[in-house]
Design a protein around this ligand. Structure first.
Ligand code: UDP
Length: 331
């Protein structure tokens, strides 16, 4: 049966708002539930007036509301979570409670009505993995519990375990996608994400702050490509019960990223190296590399990221320039 009524938890967030657009473009009706903790209605402003879109401002742990919304949809895209390194370090209790409690409600309710769940997870679950690229059935290597960074990875790993348990024990149709660094317009730098921070600093002529020696690397995937992957997986019955990496293979060091942002923005900003001890709380552990193996999703849906990092940087520069011209919120 075709899935035509979607519920997106966290739909007012950066990725959720792009997914909303994609599903509407596919002719689906979309209901969003978002408590606006990190999401913003402004992310959806351009879709206002579309009769197929409904926005409910509520915490996903409100079981009554979730019961009604899940009963009315065909598929739940569960994106709502506490995200961003800065937020996770500053709100460790909420991170754990929302990420585990919210997913529990989603899965329990989906079971009641036997609805498909598309669960957003993260490359953080690989932890300090040392074998590159990261492949879905690799071991996870978590850090010590005294370091709160690892709580995020652990909560998302628990979410994955729980979703897979529902699939195994009661046959709930679940698909898990592990998002690697995902970037694009509407992402805010407020919670720690590097690329919007670099772009904002470059446009404001402020120092671009590179943490550590800048030799750590990441693969940045454009949000349009990521959303295409999520949509593609949702249409594929054989994806059920499985975990998929979603990310780009274009690897770049953070120092190189800073240089590229500066050049593309035509900025005079200084690129400044900031020791980790100044950037984060004591004992913070960063990842040196993070590279996805995307062979599995490619064999499932023939997906390939098509946007280059330079194109993405240009999109983000354009987005923030427009915002500055509007005199809007610059975060
Ligand atoms: N980073 C940085 N300057 C910033 C924010 C982040 O140099 O203003 C670094 C950070 O230490 C990490 C990389 O950029 O090495 C990516 O950080 P982000 O939080 O975006 O993603 P994650 O660490 O979760 O991959």
């Amino acid at each position: 049966m075709a899935l035509t009524q979607a519920l997106i938890t966290g739909g007012a967030g950066f990725i959720g708002s792009h997914l909303t657009e994609r599903l509407l473009a596919a002719g689906q009706t979309v209901t969003i539930i978002d408590d606006l903790s990190t999401g913003r209605l402004a992310n959806l402003a351009h879709l206002e007036g579309d009769a197929r879109l409904r926005v409910v401002v509520e915490d996903i742990r409100n079981t009554q509301v979730m019961d009604r919304l899940v009963s009315e949809c065909d598929v739940v895209y569960h994106l709502a979570a506490a995200v961003g390194v800065e937020k996770i370090l500053s709100e460790p209790i909420a991170t754990i409670e929302i990420n585990i409690g919210g997913t529990e409600v989603v899965l329990k309710t989906a079971r009641r009505y036997r609805k498909q769940v598309m669960l957003a997870s993260t490359s953080e679950v690989y932890g300090k993995g040392v074998r590159f690229p990261f492949t879905e059935d690799d071991d996870t290597v978590m850090g010590a519990t005294i370091r709160s960074r690892w709580s995020y990875a652990t909560t998302k790993a628990i979410d994955e375990f729980l979703a897979l348990a529902y699939h195994k024990e009661v046959g709930l149709p679940v698909v898990i996608f592990r998002l690697f660094n995902t970037v694009g317009p509407r992402q805010t730098g407020q919670y720690g994400m590097v690329l919007p921070r670099f772009v904002q600093a470059a446009l404001a002529g402020k120092p671009i702050q590179v943490y550590g020696d800048g030799e750590q690397s990441r693969c940045f995937c454009n949000v349009h490509d990521a959303v295409e992957a999520i949509y593609g997986l949702s249409q594929m019955p054989s994806a059920v019960g499985q975990v998929f990496n979603v990310g780009s293979r274009e690897e770049v060091s953070i120092l190189e990223l800073a240089k590229r942002v500066k050049a593309r923005a035509g900025s005079e900003s200084e690129i400044r190296l900031i020791p980790y001890t100044e950037a984060y709380e004591a004992g913070f552990e960063d990842f040196r590399r993070r590279v996805p193996n995307i062979a599995k999703i490619q064999s499932m849906i023939e997906w390939e990221p098509t946007t280059t990092l330079d194109e993405t940087i240009d999109q983000i520069i354009h987005y923030y320039r427009e915002k500055m011209n509007d005199g809007g919120n610059h975060t």
